[in-house]
Design a protein around this ligand. Structure first.
Ligand code: FAD
Length: 319
């Protein structure tokens, strides 16, 4: 393995190797990734939902070289033909172990059992020790961003996600202070995908397996029931497929729709949700349904919420 970027970039853009493969459940596989460059991986503070990028080789083609990448690396990468540059996708830094050049990063991949095929899911499904890919990750001492979990001084948390957000929520749970309070709802494909989690006693964790049921429906109902609105519209009634923005991303700092973060909704709802922080991620239609219910019906202030479309059914993510 070699560190191939010749310029010191403010992030790691490195060829890495699969060092171990752990099948966690029918729908999850954990890959451990290693590179001497991980001596500089910034994983010292809380990583929470730290996102990273992985570049998978195009089937039948060699992995791209990151040799000589400089400040304009992204444009130069993008200008290459797809077969050469491969496919960039977003994942979560699930954890890390080891020190220095022996530092290993873990990433929990969802196997798309009930969905379409994509380069990321396919790579994970067949991954073996020694397989190589490129990772973009935070470099110690440099600003990287990519952590959205920001509860401030909230006294109550609600974390909701589908299987693609299980790695982020599991990592957040492990890093919460012992006195944190709140609730977690996690949708997974199968009952057998319920994974062990570690977190504060004051944060309850509810798993919502689909077990062949429609995506998002039971999760939507469980969350609204928890919020005291069992009578609210179901997911199918509240969002039409053609209304879904595949790139939905609404946080206090950024809105993919350009919507202003409004304070009026909080005023309308009085102080019912004061002290609450909501973090919701997963398939974009599911997240859209919960966003509508929370912001439009329950009057939750957008400054207290991160709504993140991690992927969209039927849509390949952009490289
Ligand atoms: C911040 C962030 C963090 C993420 N963290 C993780 C993570 O830790 N682990 C993880 O597995 N995913 C994670 N994701 C989601 C992941 O990026 C997407 O699922 C991505 O589409 C996978 O790429 P792909 O190449 O497998 O599929 P794509 O080429 O993007 O899509 C091909 C087809 O597969 C379908 N598809 C994509 N994902 C799924 C799925 N999960 N189940 C069923 N069908 C699917 C698409 O709808 C499409 O039809 C994260 C996304 C974001 C934005």
């Amino acid at each position: 393995m070699s560190t191939t970027a010749t310029t010191v970039l403010p992030l790691l853009v490195e060829e890495v190797e699969v060092t171990a493969v752990e099948r966690l459940s029918p729908s999850f596989v954990r890959l451990w990734l290693g590179s001497p460059a991980f001596a500089e991986l910034d994983c010292d503070g809380p990583t929470y939902d730290q996102r990273i990028k992985l570049v998978f080789p195009h089937p039948g083609h060699p992995l791209m070289s990151v040799e000589g990448f400089d400040a304009s690396w992204y444009d130069s990468w993008l200008s290459r033909p797809l077969e050469e540059r491969g496919h960039m996708r977003t994942y979560t830094l699930r954890g890390s172990t080891g020190r220095g050049r022996e530092t290993r990063m873990s990433v929990d991949f969802v196997l798309h059992g009930d969905g379409g095929h994509g380069p990321g899911g396919d790579f994970a499904a067949s991954a073996q020790v020694g397989d190589r890919l490129v990772a973009l990750a935070p470099r110690r001492g440099h600003l990287y961003g990519g952590i959205e979990f920001a509860p401030g001084d909230a006294s109550h948390l609600l974390l909701v996600g589908d299987e693609t957000a299980v790695p982020a929520i599991a990592a957040i749970l492990e890093q919460l202070p012992a006195d944190a309070r709140g609730s977690v709802f996690l949708e997974v494909p199968l009952s057998a995908d319920v994974l062990p989690t570690t977190g504060p006693d004051g944060v309850s964790v509810s798993w919502v397996p689909r077990d062949g049921g429609p995506r998002g429906t039971a999760l939507h109902a469980a969350v609204l029931d928890h919020l005291g609105r069992p009578d609210a519209l179901g997911l199918a009634e509240s969002v039409a497929d053609d209304e879904v923005d595949p790139d939905l991303w609404e946080t206090p700092e950024y809105s993919s729709s350009g919507e202003q973060v409004a304070a009026e909704t909080a005023a309308a709802a009085g102080d019912r949700w004061a002290g609450c922080y909501f973090w919701i991620a997963g398939e974009s239609k599911t997240v859209t349904g919960l966003r509508r219910a929370l912001v439009k019906e329950l009057g939750v202030d957008r400054r207290q919420v991160a709504f993140m479309g991690y992927w969209r059914e039927g849509v390949a993510m952009k490289s």
